[in-house]
Design a protein around this ligand. Structure first.
Ligand code: PLP
Length: 436
C-alpha cells in the first residue's frame, strides 16, 4: 500500500505494552487483533509453553492424541454451554468456522437429508478463507473473490443505530427478526444452519445487539429445525462480559466456534464445539460418514498447553471481574461523547467500547467505480473511509495502538489493563475525536 505507514517494528511485549526497535512504548488497545487477554509475554503462559516444548512440540492429530489436547477439551467442556459435549480442533478462527459449516452440512447428509443452504447475517464477518468469506457479508473484504464464494442467504442484523427497518429501538419489537423468520419459512427443509456472531458483530463495525434478537434466532432455529452456529471466535473467553456471548440471552447453540483468546493470544488454534446429537450422526461403521477435515497443525500441543494455562489464569485472576470493571469505565468514559457533533453512536459491551464517527469522507475512486451504495455513498460508514487511517496515526502519535474500522473507533484492551491506563486511553479517544 503506497499510503500505508511503515509497520511498527515490535521487539518485545509486556502486559498491555508493545516496545519497538526505535524505543517506543505503545499501549496495545486492540489486544493484537482481539486475541490477547492476559497481557503480552505472561510468565505463566511462557512457562507452560516452554514446559510443553520439552515434552512434545507437535504430532499429527490423526490416529494420535496427546495430553494437552485432552486437558484443554475437558476444561472447555466445563465452561461451554452445557449442551456442547464434543470438541473438534483446527488451527485458527476461519478454520473453526469452516469446520462448523461443513459439520452442519454433513450432519444433515449423514441423516439422509440434503440440506445445503446456510443463512448468514448482514454485516457479518467470519474470516478470510473461502467458506468463511461466503458466510460473511459482501464487503470490501470479499468483493474481489465473489466468484469463488458459495451462495449464502443473508438476513437483517439488529444494527439499531442504522436499523434496517428504520425503526427506533425504544419502540421496536425486534421486528428485524422477521426477515430470518420469513427466510426459514420459505426455505423449509433446505436450510442446514444459521450462522452468526452472537451479541457483537466485530469486523462489520462493532455492532452490539439487543439480547432479544439472539434469543429470537434460537427460537426460530428450534421452530424450523435448523442448526444454530455461534461464531464466538471474537466474543469467547469473556470479551463481552460473559464467558461466551450466548450466555447474555441464555441460549445454547448447536455448534460454537472458538479461537483468538483460546490460547490467551499466544498461538493459533481453533476449536469447534458440537452437541452429542451432532457427534452421533458421524459415529458410524460407515467410513463415508467420517468428518474429513484435518490441518497439519490441528490441536498443536504447544497451543493446547498454553490454552490450558490461559484458562487456569482466567479463573485465578477473576478475569470476568476485570472485564466488568473495564466495561463500567468504558461506559463512563465513552457515553458523554454522544453529545459531540461528529459522534453518531456509542456502543459498549464487556471489554469493548466503540464510537461511530459521522464522517462525510470517502475515497473518490470508490464513488466513481460505483462500489458504494446507499448510505455508504454518503460516506458515513465503511471500512475504506479515509478517516480510519488518519485516526490510527493520531492515536499512534499519542502512544496507543488503535485501528479504527473506517469511521468506527474501538478500544478492546487485554483484561490486565489497569484503571489508570484505561482512563488514559479513553482520554486520548475523546481528545482525538475533538481534534478531528
Ligand atoms: N470469526 C470472527 C467473529 C472473527 O472476528 C474473526 C477474525 O477477526 C474470524 C472468525 C477469523 O479468525 P482468524 O483471523 O483467526 O482466521
Amino acid at each position: 500500500m503506497r499510503t500505508a505507514p511503515a509497520p511498527l517494528p515490535v521487539v518485545r511485549g509486556e502486559g498491555v505494552y508493545l516496545y519497538t526497535e526505535d524505543g517506543r512504548k505503545i499501549l496495545d488497545g486492540i489486544s493484537s487483533w482481539w486475541v490477547n487477554i492476559h497481557g503480552h509475554s505472561h510468565p505463566k503462559l511462557n512457562e507452560a509453553l516452554a514446559d510443553q516444548a520439552k515434552q512434545i512440540e507437535h504430532v499429527l492429530f490423526a490416529g494420535c492424541t496427546h495430553e494437552p489436547a485432552v486437558a484443554l477439551a475437558e476444561r472447555l467442556l466445563k465452561v461451554l454451554p452445557q449442551n456442547l459435549t464434543r470438541i473438534f480442533y483446527s488451527d485458527n478462527g476461519s478454520t473453526a468456522v469452516e469446520v462448523a459449516m461443513k459439520m452442519a452440512l454433513q450432519y444433515w447428509r449423514n441423516r439422509g437429508e440434503e440440506r445445503t443452504q446456510i443463512v448468514g447475517l448482514h454485516h457479518a464477518y467470519h474470516g478470510d478463507t473461502a467458506g468463511a468469506m461466503s458466510a460473511s457479508d459482501d464487503s470490501v473484504f470479499t468483493q474481489a473473490f465473489s466468484r469463488m464464494l458459495f451462495p449464502v442467504t443473508r438476513v437483517h442484523a439488529p444494527y439499531c443505530y442504522r436499523c434496517p427497518l428504520g425503526l427506533k429501538r425504544e419502540k421496536c419489537n425486534i421486528d428485524c427478526l422477521g426477515d430470518l423468520e420469513q427466510q426459514l419459512r420459505s426455505s423449509s427443509g433446505k436450510v442446514a444452519a444459521v450462522i452468526l456472531e452472537p451479541m457483537l458483530q466485530g469486523a462489520g463495525g462493532m455492532i452490539v445487539w439487543p439480547r432479544e434478537f439472539l434469543a429470537g434466532v434460537r427460537r426460530l432455529c428450534d421452530e424450523h429445525n435448523v442448526l444454530m452456529i455461534a461464531d464466538e471466535v471474537l466474543t469467547g473467553f469473556g470479551r463481552t462480559g460473559k464467558m461466551f456471548a450466548c450466555e447474555h440471552a441464555g441460549v445454547q447453540p448447536d455448534i460454537l466456534c472458538m479461537s483468538k483468546a483460546l490460547t490467551g493470544g499466544y498461538l493459533p488454534l481453533g476449536a469447534t464445539a458440537a452437541t452429542e446429537a451432532i457427534y452421533e450422526t458421524f459415529l458410524s461403521g460407515d467410513r463415508a460418514k467420517t468428518f474429513f477435515h484435518g490441518h497439519s497443525y490441528t490441536a498443536n500441543p504447544l497451543a493446547c498447553a498454553v490454552g490450558v494455562a490461559s484458562l487456569d489464569l482466567f479463573h485465578e485472576t477473576n478475569a470476568l471481574e476485570s472485564v466488568a470493571r473495564i466495561e463500567a469505565q468504558m461506559r463512563r468514559g465513552l457515553e458523554p461523547l454522544r453529545s459531540r457533533p461528529n459522534v453518531g453512536d456509542v456502543r459498549v459491551i464487556g471489554g469493548i467500547g466503540a464510537v461511530e464517527i459521522q464522517s462525510k469522507e470517502v475515497r473518490s475512486e470508490e464513488i466513481q467505480s460505483g462500489e458504494l451504495q446507499g448510505e455508504e455513498l454518503q460516506g458515513e460508514s465503511g471500512y475504506l473511509n479515509n478517516i480510519g487511517p488518519r485516526l490510527a496515526a493520531k492515536f499512534l502519535e499519542r502512544g496507543v495502538l488503535l485501528r479504527p474500522l473506517g469511521n468506527i473507533v474501538y478500544f478492546m484492551p487485554p483484561y490486565v489493563i489497569t484503571e489508570r491506563e484505561t482512563a488514559w486511553v479513553l482520554e486520548q479517544i475523546a481528545e482525538v475525536i475533538d481534534e478531528i
